[in-house]
Write a protein that binds this ligand. Structure first.
Ligand code: 5AD
Ligand code: SF4
Length: 466
């Protein structure tokens, strides 16, 4: 689905009344996994687990895994090897230490994980993690639990409410999954196999979750889905709704200041959604719209179902609706059969679109996908060379975009303490991190700042006289 961000997710939870078990959750991959890790922590909190950010303190380590590229899955097995040693040491002390594997590697490999790494107690898929407490209970009786069936029940109906963060600055931004799975079957991608076919959450369920998050202090919501603009629902009068309509509905929530969504497919950018970028002030001027490649031949082989020119025209329509929109994308270099000429077409497309930022990857063969059976796999050194050229161009555009912000007065949502005392980090409308001098009590406020300079990964600003 979207960009990579590997991070440790260990939301703070109130101390449980009984039981003092601690869980450490390590999250790999995309924002959907970040959201899922939070919900797994909620399910475990209801079972008496406290989250910890210190792995050594944990009684349960849960790896929430990613299967999108080969390297992502390899990381999981090396982490499991290290956890096996910890488990041995704990057993010698007579202390419980359980290991769980969740996420897309769990879904794709299932029992194979327990076979390769017998120290794993529980393997649980993205659709069954509401059953995590029961799975752990079964594992304590000595069973090796693999629960990766697509559950008949809706996991969201069985998860407890997100637990309010205790004693810490509140979360100002939050993810909200509105859609899972994908029916597009791009030939390089495992998502349709690991996350299954496209399922949208019902409107009322999403609105209720959004309202709870806002009541807990959230000001900016990012709607998530592997193919989020395929979201579809039904209005009270029975009429069909799309993501644009959902955004209008959520924008009505008082106290919610900003909306975003990710990741989108160009084919599903309908007129209502494009118009929402013109009409909805709360919808931020930032769009992650992966194109993957700029050559029509490769786009066809990838089964993207659109041409390069159609993508460019779509971008023009979006820019007409929202001229200040910042664009982001995903690219794959070295898809089977990609020639120098095809790759040049990708560079051309990037030059025409001008991205504010982007993610790019070497093609990685995923077993079970149609791409894996294609002849003409591209040599590793060719992929390396193409990736370097593409990334240099994208980086240049990223710097250009950041530089173009210097001198501008913008709305900044103050999010969390900065590195220096007296500093906060906020988010610009274009999703950049911005450092500014402000008080902790201002977290959650939107203030006017003037961008003064750019750093490697963030911007610097001063408070603007209003
Ligand atoms: N190889 C390389 N990159 C891939 N992506 C998805 N599958 C693969 C693969 N097999 C990239 C796409 C997608 C992003 C999340 O990961 O660019 O948009
Ligand atoms: Fe994968 Fe394509 Fe679906 Fe995105 S649209 S999740 S790349 S199959």
């Amino acid at each position: 689905m979207t960009q990579d961000l590997a991070s440790d997710i260990a939301p703070d939870r109130p101390a449980p009344l009984t039981n003092s078990r601690k869980v450490f959750i390590k999250t790999y991959g995309c924002q959907m996994n970040v959201y899922d890790s939070g919900r797994m922590a909620d399910a475990l909190a209801a079972d008496g687990y406290v989250s910890t950010e210190v792995m050594e303190d944990a009684d349960l380590v849960l790896l929430n895994t990613c299967h999108i590229r080969e390297k992502a899955a390899d990381k999981v097995y090396s982490a499991l090897g290290r956890l096996r040693e910890t488990k041995k040491a704990r057993a010698a002390e007579g202390r419980e230490f359980m290991i769980g594997v969740a996420g897309c590697v769990a879904q794709a490999e299932g029992e194979e994980i327990s076979r390769r790494e017998p120290a794993v107690d529980v393997v649980i898929g993205p659709q069954t993690y509401h059953r995590l407490p029961q799975a752990l209970q079964r594992a304590r009786t000595g069973e090796r639990v693999v629960d990766t069936e697509y559950a008949l029940e809706d996991k969201f109906e069985h998860l407890p409410d997100p637990v309010k963060t205790a004693g810490k600055p509140r979360n100002v931004t939050a993810f909200l999954t509105v859609q899972e799975g994908c029916d597009k079957f791009c030939t390089f991608c495992v998502v349709p196999y690991t996350r299954g076919s496209e399922v949208s959450r019902p409107l009322d369920q999403i609105v209720a979750e959004a309202e709870k998050l806002v009541a807990n202090g959230v000001r900016e919501l990012t709607l998530l889905g592997q193919n989020v603009n395929a979201w579809h629902g039904t209005a009270a009068d029975g009429s069909a709704l799309g993501l644009g309509d959902l955004l209008y509905r959520l924008a009505e929530i008082e106290g919610l200041a900003r909306l975003r969504y990710t990741t989108s497919h160009p084919r599903d950018m309908d007129d209502v959604l494009v118009e929402a970028h013109r009409k909805l002030d709360k919808l931020m001027p930032y769009l992650h719209l992966p194109v993957q490649a700029g050559s029509d031949r490769i786009l066809k082989a990838m089964n993207r179902r659109h041409k390069a020119e159609e993508y460019i025209r779509l971008i023009e329509r979006i820019r007409a609706a929202r001229p200040d929109i910042a664009l982001s994308g995903d690219f794959i270099v070295g898809f089977p059969g990609e020639t120098d000429e095809d790759f040049e077409a990708t560079l051309d497309l990037v030059r025409r679109v001008r991205y504010a930022q982007a993610y790019s990857f070497k093609y990685s063969t995923r077993p079970g996908t149609p791409g894996a059976d294609l002849k003409d796999q591209v040599a590793e050194e060719v992929k390396t060379e193409r990736l370097a050229r593409l990334q240099a161009l994208l980086l240049e555009q990223q710097h250009e975009f950041a530089e173009s912000c210097v001198g501008k007065v913008i709305d900044l949502l103050l999010e969390k303490p900065g590195r220096m005392p007296g500093q906060l980090i906020g988010r610009s409308p274009w999703l950049q991190s911005v450092n500014v001098d402000a008080k902790t009590s201002q977290i959650g406020d939107i203030i006017k700042v003037r961008i003064t300079s750019t750093g490697p990964n963030s911007l610097f600003a001063e408070v603007a006289e209003s």
